[in-house]
Design a binder for this molecule. Sequence first.
Ligand code: OOG
Ligand code: MG
Length: 256
Amino acid sequence: MVNINKMAEIVDDAARVGKSIPQLSNKYDYTLEDAYNVQAASFQRRLARGEKQVGMKMGFTSRAKMIQMGLTDLVWGRLSDEMLVEDGDEINFNKYVHPRAEPELAFLLKKSLEGPVTATEALAAVESVAPAIEIIDSRYKKFKFSLEDVVADNSSSSGFVLGAWNKPDVDLSNLGMILEVNGHPVQIGSSAAILGHPVRSLAHAARISTQSGRKLEKGWIIMAGGATAAHALVPGDYVRNVVEDLGFTGFTVSSR
Ligand code: OOG
Ligand code: MG
């Protein structure tokens, strides 16, 4: 018998205190469907503590990320208001297990999006687009997990940082993206790495979210997924994602 609530408690506690746990699959035999139920139940615990859902994140939307983590299926996770890190802010390194940064783009929706939609329909629902960074922090030891494990752990989501919003009239198909640490490029990529065009990630998000019982809401933020491999953070880092034509966003990591 799979105990969804018990597993949800384990991943939620680990995320809350920033302590690593063994992979759930070491102990539990569970399916991908169970894993999404664990994610939902663990997010429910956040809502019960007063957090609000503000959007959704997509993961493994680029080859670079799939190769880095050894998984090839798209995953998704839920974003809460508490995960937002203000542009330019400092994060407390001690609150994380082993945080990594990913250069991403974020979409802000001006209309809800439901069911299967084309990329063109998805773009028509976009109010604005921003350079973004996702701070991922798998709760599993050594950042190692199965597909079910990562999904149960809200697809490693931990924080997200947003730059200034731009009107979506910029051609998003092939924008240079540079992840810098202390002024040095550590990952260089293109928005084209995100499923060939980042708006496709948004279209997938609409379809997947609807299938799981909730459309994408007006006002939600959708993170399209890392364009490059993620970069491990250390205390004292100043991290920026600089996106051609869109600007940049950044944050610092506390010195301890
Ligand atoms: C899973 C999350 C992947 C992305 O942008 O591809 C992700 C992980 O790598 O821990 O957020
Ligand atoms: Mg990501």
